[in-house]
Design a protein around this ligand. Sequence first.
Ligand code: NAD
Length: 316
Amino acid sequence: MRILVTGGAGFIGSHFVRSFADEDELTVLDKLTYAGNPANLEPVEHRLTFVQGDICDAGLLGKVLPDHDVVVNFAAETHVDRSIAGADAFVRSNVLGVQTLMRACLEAGTPRVVHVSTDEVYGSIGTGSWDESAPLAPNSPYAAAKAGGDLIALAYARTHGLPVSITRCGNNYGPYQYPEKVVPLFVTNLLDGGEVPLYGDGGNVRDWIHVDDHCRAVRLVAERGAPGEVYHVAGTTELTNLELTARLLDALGADWGRVTRVPDRKGHDRRYSLADGKLRALGYAPRVPFERGLAETVAWYAANRPWWEPLKERAA
Ligand code: NAD
């Protein structure tokens, strides 16, 4: 397939690109924000076409889109803490960007579109799991902007017949994740002999999935998903942040003396949980057990300091 991957230089998009560069003909369109990194594409850079650009740029999209069979949209502002500090860029890329991209896909007659989204659009759930019909009730500006983009994408499906499907996934972990997110932040801080900041009482629950399973799910939805439908990609392992921290300390041979308690994130969702029967009916099953995936992820950051050290220095 000829696939245009928007946001393909970020964490998940670049995993998708590295995974499918052999079997698909790939174009990456990425704005290269602080989170977009050409180094993420280096292993496959000779097997793809790279375009630096913004999904809000309709003129550019009109030039790049033709001749692609599929568009997969990973492009977004993604860090909840940054959205609390300032939400403008989030609304621009995650809402206006999605609308601009959907309109451009419609005008180009793109045969298939997948818009990648998150479980955070549903807000927080105490017990049980959401299915795809659950109402959207986002709490953070990040989640609200993602929900806005999802609704725009669905409106283009219903109003214009745009063949777009949406995937909503839990918390991803794996290599090449920008070291502001909890797993790479904690791992790299511990590798540097430093401390890790744990929010509030540490009781917030997240459902973790290896980025490789998420990307296989997105590709499957591109092939077999129905237009206008939403598909959940559930994690494999629910953990409180305390439990996650314990596993990372253990993996790095560190103790609780390295953990600094910090005030809770504003509006911090307590728990996310997705039911993924609809995706499994398409033939999906996760492949990466959490223990192995986490061990490999920790080993990757330990072996790839030249990738993350400059990112942490730039952020300091
Ligand atoms: P990321 O922040 O690592 O990467 C985002 C990429 O999008 C970057 O390369 C950035 O340069 C690019 N980008 C941002 N704004 C753009 C714009 N206007 N035009 C073009 N490119 C732009 O994010 P990620 O963790 O890889 O997440 C990818 C997608 O998956 C996002 O849509 C996110 O909401 C969704 N998602 C992420 C997770 C997770 O745990 N990380 C979970 C569920 C869903």
